[in-house]
Design a protein around this ligand. Structure first.
Ligand code: NI
Length: 191
């Protein structure tokens, strides 16, 4: 603790308060920098994901790389379901006080059999994902730093608590995992 002397008075209390305020500002700047980065990651997938599948033949997109593994088409349909969940989760967190969050096909048991066959081709599913992602990116741009810390009750987390910011961050990582999965599914098929 630094002690500043002014006119003989010791401002021992003033300095730590100022330092604390400085730390708060620095913390806030860090959070906002990280938030800007997270939004950029979500927006970047709008460019990367279409590029990953654009040159692949439809037949190739539908071929599972190995028995029991998802084809690129199923992975895209999973990303679409996940984006529907994200649309709902983010809006529930913003509009209700600690809402109970839900997720369609949270254990990924039905994506391949129930949802992927709904889409006649991968581009239809991708187009829907794109519209929802654009809207979620738009929503993210509108939130305040207080909104970022709003929480919902999430059964899939050990502490049951999920903030707006945490969900967005986790979706960036989720994108990366599944984009890699699509790349390797398509690469395998070229062998
Ligand atoms: Ni997933």
């Amino acid at each position: 603790m630094r002690v500043r002397r002014t006119g003989g008075h010791v401002l021992a209390e003033a300095m730590p308060a100022a330092e604390e305020a400085g730390n708060d500002v620095r913390r806030e700047v860090k959070v906002l920098e990280s938030w800007t980065k997270q939004q950029a990651i979500l927006a970047e997938s709008l460019v990367v994901l279409p590029r990953v599948i654009e040159t692949a033949e439809p037949e190739r997109l539908h071929r599972a790389p190995a028995p029991g593994e998802w084809s690129a088409h199923v992975v895209i349909c999973h990303l679409l379901l996940d984006e529907m969940n994200t649309a709902m989760i983010l809006r529930l967190i913003l509009t209700q006080d600690y809402p109970t969050l839900v997720a369609i096909d949270a254990d990924n048991a039905l994506c391949e059999s129930r949802f992927a066959p709904v889409y006649p081709d991968t581009l239809t599913a991708l187009g829907l994902w794109r519209v929802l992602r654009e809207d979620n990116v738009r929503l993210c741009r509108s939130v305040s730093s207080q909104d970022l810390e709003r929480c919902g009750r999430a059964f899939w987390r050990s502490d049951q608590k999920l903030s707006f910011r945490q969900h967005v961050e986790s979706r960036g990582r989720h994108d990366a995992t599944h984009i890699d999965q699509i790349r390797s599914a398509l690469a395998d098929q070229r062998k």
